[in-house]
Design a protein around this ligand. Structure first.
Ligand code: PEP
Ligand code: MG
Length: 580
C-alpha cells in the first residue's frame, strides 16, 4: 500500500481501477502479457525500438544539414540513450521475467530514469528528464501505432491518473465512467480543479510524480476530502473507504429533502443560492438541487476544445438551452474568460511569461473586438428569451469597464438598426476579482448594475500566488484576513449604493465559509451545483445574529490558519452532520 499526499480539489471518495495516461493524454495499456506470447512481445519491442532509432537518425541528419552539427547533438544523445544496452536489457527483463507488456515495461523503466534526473539538484540535469519523456513518447507511439487510444471511448468505471489534465480535457471526461482523477501537477484554484467539482467527482491534484509506480487496472482509492491517493490499498482500507463512500451517499440523500425548501436562515432571511456552470447541461444539476438560477455561466468553455471559433449561432444556441432549462429563473452570463490556464485550440497570444498577469479575460476581449461582439450579439439576442444578465470578468480599471460597456452599446445600436429583439433593461455587471477593483469599488458601484466577487482570482492576486501552482498551495487561502477585508470592503460599498452583490468563487461552495459570508452581509451566493444542498443546510441552521457574531470574530483575527480553525469549529457546533 502506498499513500500519496496531494491537494484536495473536489470532495468525495472513489475506489476503483486505475486508468493511467501518458504525458500526451493517451492511455498506457494494461501491464501483463500471456506467458506464451513473451517472445512475440520482445520482437514487437525490438521493431518499435528499431523504428524509433530510424526516426531519430532521420531527424538528426535533417537538423544537421539545416542547422549544423551542434543542434543535431540533441538527437544524437536520444539515439545513444535508446541504443544503450543496459536500458534495453532492463526493459527486456521486465517483459521476459515479469511478463509486463512492452508498453508498460518501457514506461516504467524510462519514468524511473526520468525521476532520477528530476531529483538532481542541477536545473540543467533536472530538465533532461524531458528528453527521457520524449523517448518514452516516441517508443509508445511506435509500439501502439493506431491502437493509441485516448479516454473518449470508455466502457467501464475508471479512476484517471495523469500527469496533467487541461480544463477542457477535464470537461470532456465521460461522467458515466470516470469516477475520479488524480494529476501529478496542478494547484487548488486551477480551472481543472473547478471543473472536477462541477462534474461532482472526487479529485486530487499536485501529488508530484507517481505514475511510474502504478499501472492500468491497479486498485486505487481517491480521497477528495483529504487530498489522499492510496495505491494498492489493503483490504481493510478498501472496506473503510467503501463504508465512507456509503455514508457520503446517505448524507446526500438526506440533504435531498431540502430541495424544495428555500435557503432561508433560521430567523427568516432569504439567501439567494445560485449554481455555477460551465456547460448548458449543468443547469439540470442546479435545478435538481433546488438552485434559484445560474449565478455564473463560464462561457469560455464554448471555445475550449472547439476546433474553430464558435460563431454567433453556436453561442445563441447554448444560451437558449440554458434559458429554456432554467424556466424563468435568472442566468448571469459571463463573457469569455480565456487566457491563463484556459487556452483554446485557436490562435492565442505568443507565449506569455506570466499568463495570469497577461492578456486574459476582458483584456483579451478588448483586443479581439470582433470576437467579443459576436458573443455580445448572441447574449443580447438570448436576453429576449428569459432573465439574462451579462457580466465582464477580471475588470481591473474603471476605463476597462467603460470600454467593455461601449462595445456592448455599439452592438445594441446595431441590433436596434436591424430591429432585432433584446432585453432593453439588460443588467450589466462585473466580476470583482482584482484588488484594484476593490480599491476603486466606490466608483464601480456608480456604474455597474451588479457585482460578483470572484475569490478564486481575488486570492491569487491579493496574495501574489498562482492559483494553479502546487508549490505555493500553502499561501492560496480564501480565509486569509487580507482577502476577507477586500470582500468586506466590497460588501459595504455595494450596500451603501444598493447594488446587488453575489460571491461566485469556490469559497462560496465550501460550507465552512457560509456563516462567515452571510455574517459579512452577503445575501447571494453562486456555488458549484454539487455544493448547493450543503450550503442550503447551513443557511437553514443558523440565524443572522449568529452569523454576524462569527464574521466579527473572524475579521478580528490575524491569520488564515486561526480563521479556518475557528470557522471549522463553528460549523461543527451549528451543523455537526457536515463535519466528518
Ligand atoms: C473566480 O475567479 O473566483 C471566478 C469565479 O472565476 P474563474 O474561477 O472562472 O476565474
Ligand atoms: Mg476569475
Amino acid at each position: 500500500m502506498q499513500k500519496l499526499q496531494g491537494i484536495a480539489v473536489s470532495p468525495g471518495v472513489a475506489v476503483g481501477e486505475a486508468l493511467v495516461m501518458d504525458n500526451e493524454g493517451f492511455r498506457i495499456p494494461r501491464r501483463f502479457v500471456a506467458r506464451d506470447s513473451v517472445e512475440d512481445e520482445l520482437e514487437r519491442l525490438k521493431r518499435a525500438m528499431d523504428a524509433a532509432s530510424e526516426e531519430i537518425t532521420r531527424n538528426r541528419d535533417a537538423v544537421s544539414r539545416e542547422l549544423g552539427e551542434k543542434y543535431a547533438a540533441i538527437f544524437e544523445a536520444h539515439l545513444q540513450m535508446l541504443q544503450d544496452s543496459r536500458l534495453r536489457s532492463e526493459i527486456d527483463k521486465l517483459i521476459s521475467q515479469n511478463h509486463y507488456s512492452p508498453e508498460y515495461a518501457v514506461s516504467r523503466t524510462l519514468r524511473r530514469y526520468a525521476q532520477v534526473f528530476q531529483k538532481l539538484q542541477s536545473q540543467y540535469l533536472a530538465e533532461r528528464a524531458n528528453d527521457i519523456f520524449d523517448i518514452e513518447k516516441r517508443l509508445l507511439r511506435n509500439l501502439l501505432g493506431r491502437r493509441r487510444e485516448g479516454i473518449s471511448r470508455l466502457t467501464s468505471p475508471v479512476l484517471i491518473l495523469a500527469h496533467n489534465l487541461t480544463p477542457s480535457e477535464t470537461a470532456n471526461l465521460d461522467r458515466r465512467f470516470v469516477k475520479g482523477f488524480v494529476t501529478e501537477v496542478g494547484g487548488p484554484g486551477s480551472h481543472t480543479a473547478i471543473v472536477a467539482e462541477g462534474l461532482g467527482i472526487p479529485a486530487v491534484v499536485g501529488t508530484g510524480p507517481f505514475l511510474a509506480e502504478v499501472s492500468g487496472g491497479d486498485l486505487v482509492i481517491i480521497d477528495g476530502d483529504k487530498g489522499l491517493v492510496i495505491l494498492h490499498p489493503d483490504e481493510e482500507t478498501v472496506a473503510r473507504y467503501r463504508h465512507e463512500a456509503e455514508e457520503i451517499r446517505t448524507l446526500a440523500a438526506r440533504l435531498e429533502t431540502l430541495r424544495e425548501l428555500p435557503a432561508e436562515t433560521a430567523d427568516g432571511v432569504r439567501i439567494e443560492l445560485y449554481g455555477n456552470i460551465e456547460f448548458p447541461y449543468e443547469v439540470d444539476h442546479c435545478i435538481e438541487r433546488g438552485a434559484d438560477g445560474v449565478g455564473l455561466y463560464r462561457t469560455e468553455f464554448l471555445y475550449l476544445g472547439a476546433e474553430s471559433e464558435p460563431d454567433e449561432e453556436v453561442h445563441f444556441e447554448a444560451y437558449s438551452r440554458v434559458i429554456q432549462s432554467l424556466a424563468d429563473r435568472p442566468v448571469t452570463i459571463r463573457t469569455f474568460d480565456l487566457g491563463a490556464d484556459k487556452v483554446p485550440h485557436l490562435p492565442t497570444p505568443e507565449d506569455e511569461r506570466n499568463p495570469f498577469l497577461g492578456l486574459r479575460s476582458i483584456r483579451l476581449a478588448l483586443r479581439n473586438v470582433p470576437m467579443f461582439r459576436t458573443q455580445l450579439r448572441a447574449i443580447l439576442r438570448a436576453s429576449a428569451l428569459g432573465q439574462v444578465r451579462v457580466m465582464f470578468p477580471l475588470v481591473s480599471t474603471i476605463l476597462e469597464f467603460r470600454q467593455a460597456k461601449m462595445v456592448l452599446a455599439d452592438v445594441i445600436e446595431d441590433l436596434e438598426e436591424h430591429g432585432v429583439e433584446y432585453d432593453h433593461e439588460l443588467q450589466v455587471g462585473m466580476m470583482v476579482e482584482v484588488p484594484s477593483a476593490v480599491m476603486m469599488i466606490d466608483h464601480f458601484v456608480e456604474e455597474a448594475d451588479f457585482l460578483s466577487i470572484g475569490t478564486n482570482d481575488l486570492v491569487q492576486y491579493t496574495l501574489a500566488v498562482d492559483r494553479s501552482n502546487k508549490d505555493v498551495v500553502g499561501l492560496y487561502n480564501s480565509a486569509d484576513p487580507a482577502v476577507l477585508k477586500l470582500i468586506s470592503m466590497t460588501v459595504q460599498a455595494a450596500k451603501r449604493k444598493g447594488v446587488p452583490l453575489s460571491l461566485c468563487g469556490q469559497m462560496s461552495g465550501n460550507p465552512i465559509y457560509t456563516m462567515l459570508l452571510v455574517g459579512m452581509g452577503l445575501r447571494q451566493l453562486s456555488v458549484t451545483p454539487s455544493a448547493i444542498p450543503e450550503i442550503k443546510k447551513v443557511c437553514r441552521s443558523v440565524s443572522i445574529e449568529e452569523c454576524e457574531a462569527i464574521a466579527n470574530r473572524a475579521l478580528s483575527m490575524e491569520n488564515a490558519r486561526d480563521i479556518k480553525n475557528f470557522l471549522r469549529k463553528e460549523l461543527k457546533k451549528h451543523v455537526p452532520e457536515l463535519v466528518p
